[in-house]
Ligand binder design. Structure first.
Ligand code: PMP
Length: 421
């Protein structure tokens, strides 16, 4: 197999043979040749229905014709300028229009940079140092947040190379638990700069907030002058036009984006209230900068993507998601399995546990050894989901009824494989 050969070669030049940890699974990952719509095709010519979608960005499917056409036009005019462009204003205006908390936007290059900058801004604004994050949440690969993280860091000890002095300012709490936070804020509220939360936990599978939990957080943070940061790198422009904050009707002070905002090209952003955002340099003195910030290719792809995400898009995505999740539930019933099917709109995951999953501890009851077999069966049969139990799966606009039907048949095979293990 060419993928296997490439992986062996790759391991000589790239640590672990990949550029991001979760991509390396056993025995070897497939190497991509191309992708179109709902499909990704590997170097051996095998086609997969893709539910990884580059870990979320490809909400319109791969190689969307409008996005590609606009990007090609932009490419002919140059790919990076280091000076401002009109399109940056256009994309910022679009974000402001769609997202409840956004008065102003700073474009960066990744979700990691976005959360790092949002935390710096919150610390500067409050002149406090501590931040609160949730067990199993993932906010990127920078030092402030690499403590009991989800995604590729799930289950790994916190990374060597992160100084204790940095992480001692990061306080961990369980998701969906009001009492722990009440006690914490009572004790240490006046040294907490920010609470950073994925309003839906998407790096530990899929965990929604309990009813009223985000409202509780909003009240608690407002009353204690703590900045509430929604990390919507996954949920932004996916769950609703205005993201999870619109869906749940809770408006944070700051929000971070990535993934969909770049329409398949690298991007990140932080956005929020004017008085906070104006503290960022050069308007204020909170330093943030980047050679590729506001890159015209990413901005063009983002603009062309966001223009296509209207009300009917979200209705369609909800229907696709429900169809798939209902289908998976039927498969489970037919196989006499009592696993949890979680999801909303175009996000989903099957937890291989019988326990309802509301936080990190619940998620950890999933049988990850079985997940490996399930994943391999899906892959062998042409369905690509992210290769870990603690990632989330995504649908795109291009996933057809046939794709969903085929997927359900293959998920049935996957469940039969693990049933008697
Ligand atoms: N926050 C969340 C919620 C994420 O899911 C991710 C990436 N999966 C990040 C931040 C980091 O984004 P990036 O990989 O673009 O740095």
């Amino acid at each position: 197999m060419k993928s296997e050969e490439l992986f062996n070669e790759s391991k000589k030049f790239l640590p672990g043979g990949v550029d991001s940890p979760v991509r390396a699974y056993k025995p070897y990952p497939f190497f991509a040749e191309r992708a179109k719509g709902s499909k990704i095709i590997d170097v051996d010519g095998k086609t997969y229905i893709d539910y990884c979608l580059a870990y979320g960005p490809m909400v319109l499917g791969h190689a969307n014709p409008e996005v590609m056409a606009e990007v090609i036009l932009q490419l002919k005019n140059g790919s990076a300028y280091g000076v401002p462009t009109e399109k940056e204003i256009e994309l910022a205006k679009m974000v402001v229009k769609k997202v409840p908390c956004a008065d102003m936007v700073r474009f960066v290059n990744s979700g990691t940079e976005a959360t790092m900058s949002a935390i710096r801004l919150a610390r500067a604004a409050t002149t406090r140092n501590k931040i609160v994050k949730f067990e199993g949440s993932y906010h990127g690969a920078h030092d402030y947040v690499l403590v009991k993280s989800g995604s590729g860091a799930m289950g790994l000890p916190d990374s060597p190379g992160v100084p204790e002095e940095t992480t001692k300012n990061t306080i961990l709490v369980p998701f969906n638990d009001e009492d722990v936070l009440l006690d914490l804020v009572k004790d240490q509220g006046d040294s907490i700069a920010a609470i950073i939360i994925e309003p839906i936990m998407g790096n530990i599978g899929f965990i929604p907030p309990k009813k009223g939990y985000l409202e509780f957080l909003r009240k608690l943070t407002s009353e204690n002058d703590i900045i509430l940061i929604f990390d919507e790198v996954i949920t932004g422009f996916r769950i609703a036009e205005g993201g999870a904050q619109e869906y749940f009707g809770v408006t944070p002070d700051l929000v971070t984006f990535g993934k969909i905002l770049g329409g398949g090209f690298p991007i990140g952003a932080l956005a929020g209230k004017k008085e906070l955002m104006e503290m960022i340099a050069p308007s204020g003195n909170v330093y943030q900068a980047g050679t590729f910030n506001g890159n015209p290719i990413s901005v063009t792809a983002g603009l062309t993507t966001l223009k296509q995400l209207n009300h009917s898009f979200y209705s369609e995505m909800n229907l696709k998601g429900e169809k798939l999740r209902d289908g998976i539930r039927d498969v489970l019933v037919e196989n006499d399995l009592n696993y949890q099917v979680a999801g909303l709109s175009s996000m989903f995951q099957v937890y291989l546990t019988e326990k309802e999953v509301w936080n990190y501890e619940d998620a950890k009851t999933a049988q990850i050894d079985k997940f490996t077999h399930y994943f391999q069966t899906l892959l062998n049969n042409g369905v690509f989901v992210p290769p870990a139990q603690f990632e989330c799966c995504f649908l795109s606009l291009m996933h057809s009824d046939d794709d969903i039907q085929n997927t359900l048949e293959i998920i049935d095979k996957g469940m039969k494989t693990i049933k008697n293990l």
